[in-house]
Ligand binder design. Structure first.
Ligand code: NAP
Length: 440
């Protein structure tokens, strides 16, 4: 039996792992020349412990029968129908790579960007341009209070010396060294008890050299709804403890500051060509827990806005799509009539952009159980040469696992030349050249 898994992020690799452990041959098809999805292009460079998950995910490729077919775009290089014909089943684990727009006036002004663009830039995603971010602002605003908001705020304010030991791309480090950002305002539209970030990530902001965390105690005050929320959520209690510590602690006069703000919803971005301020309206909780505006406004001056209000997905290669996810039943793709034979989903394209990396193991496990139950013990027909032959006929140059290992070795060599363990290569043509060069 041979299954194609589309997407080599955690969800795709956990699915491939579960399949391989059941004796199924797996081709992992990836649009980029490099594997690991958001582990490589989403997890912040200063989170090496989370990044080290790549080492355990790597073991998936080391199992017999598992192949990496990088630089292959489903929908462009091979159609969904062509893929389906060549495998016993296909699992789509293409994630949700785009930032959600806020949908407020002024969002088109220059200086207003999605946090996902900033993440792609500092992670060295091949689609990001080196000059995408110049960081000439003094004050930056991050809208949203999830873990991505905390990541982008930390990368904006953290001393570049602390980042210089990571695998951050050299041009990103150089821009961060020139950065003029002194203030970062992270703004939530509800109270701190409803913030989406987790406490470990939040507390990290308090340990950054040269940075004060500023919290207004009046924004931490609790009403009945806030107290009820704390009673039901240990994370909310721990978050509030961290915020209360900062609100009580005197500022040290550090050169850079992170302001954690609450009860403010963005109404409009102000400015002529470039953003000059964000107008926020103060909020309260209305009936049924909805956020309602109080009519009081509070502008924050800024030259850079990062909207960090969640990810969104695009339908992969024409699969059924409800605007957010691919409809499914325990991982089986559903069209209007019922399950689509042989097509499955796992990860964010299946359940939406929530959860931590490990959440994908269970999620992919469910999908693989459905797939194996559907295929039963009928003989497989997947021909190992069918897709490579089609791609070769079209002149698509595939990056194999050996090609990825050559890229990884080149990144280690590049980093060591700069006095660090590894430095990311970001340019697609360079990745491609190294990844497809014949082995020596
Ligand atoms: P998220 O956790 O869903 O947070 C989104 C934030 O945007 C929430 O604070 C939400 O507030 C706010 N928001 C949504 N619509 C808004 C609007 N119109 N105006 C103002 N605020 C709005 O999403 P995320 O931060 O993108 O993270 C995605 C997932 O990746 C999460 O599961 C996260 O934990 C995970 N992640 C983990 C790490 C890590 O572990 N280090 C790092 C990055 C990401 P409301 O609650 O009021 O809607």
């Amino acid at each position: 039996m041979r299954v194609a898994v589309v997407g080599s992020g955690p969800a795709g690799l956990y699915a491939a792992d579960a399949l391989a452990k059941n004796g199924v041959a797996v081709d992992i098809v990836e649009a980029l020349p490099c594997p690991f999805g958001l582990v490589r292009y989403g997890v912040a460079p200063d989170h090496p412990k989370i990044k080290s998950i790549a080492r355990s995910l790597q073991q998936v490729f080391e199992q017999p029968g598992v192949r990496f077919l990088g630089n292959v775009s489903v929908g462009t290089d091979v159609s969904r129908a062509e893929l389906r014909e060549r495998y016993d089943a296909v699992v789509y684990a293409t994630g949700a790579a785009l930032g959600r727009p806020l949908g407020i006036p002024g969002e088109e002004l220059s200086g207003v960007r999605s946090a996902t663009d900033f993440v792609a830039w500092y992670s060295g995603h091949p689609d990001a341009e080196a000059a995408d971010f110049e960081l000439t602002a003094r004050s930056a605003v991050v809208i949203g209070v999830g873990n991505v908001a905390v990541d982008v705020a930390r990368l904006l304010i953290r001393s570049p010396d602390e980042l210089a030991v990571t695998d951050i791309p050299s041009h990103v480090l150089a821009t961060l060294r020139r950065s003029t950002v002194e203030e970062v305002h992270v703004v939530g539209r509800r109270g701190p008890a409803w913030a989406a970030f987790t406490t470990k990530e939040l507390r990290e902001l308090g340990g950054l050299a040269g940075v004060d965390v500023v919290v207004d105690p009046t924004e931490l005050e609790l009403d009945d709804a806030g107290r009820a929320r704390l009673a039901e959520s240990p994370t909310a209690r721990r978050n509030l403890d961290a915020l209360t510590d900062w609100a009580r602690r005197p500022l040290t006069g550090a050169p850079r500051r992170v302001h954690l703000r609450f009860w403010l919803r963005p109404v409009t971005m102000l400015g002529t060509d470039a953003v000059e301020a964000v107008e926020f309206e103060r909020t309260a909780l209305g009936p049924g827990g909805a956020v309602v505006g109080t009519g009081d406004t509070d502008p924050i001056k800024t030259e850079l806005v990062l909207t960090s209000v969640g990810y969104r997905a695009e339908a992969p290669a024409g699969l059924p799509f409800d605007g957010a996810v691919v409809p499914h039943d325990a991982g089986r793709v559903l069209d209007g009539v019922g399950p689509v034979a042989g097509e499955y989903v796992a990860g964010w394209i299946k359940r939406g952009p929530t959860g931590l990396i490990g959440t994908n193991r269970q999620d992919a496990g469910e999908t693989v159980r459905s797939l194996l139950a559907d295929l039963g013990d009928r003989p497989g027909h997947g021909d190992p040469d069918a897709l490579p032959a089609l791609l070769a006929g079209r002149g698509v140059q595939v990056v194999t696992w050996a090609g990825w290992e050559a890229i990884a070795a080149a990144e280690v060599a590049l980093g060591q030349a700069e006095g660090r363990d590894r430095a990311k290569i970001t340019d697609r043509s360079t990745l491609h050249r190294i990844g497809t060069a014949p082995s020596p």
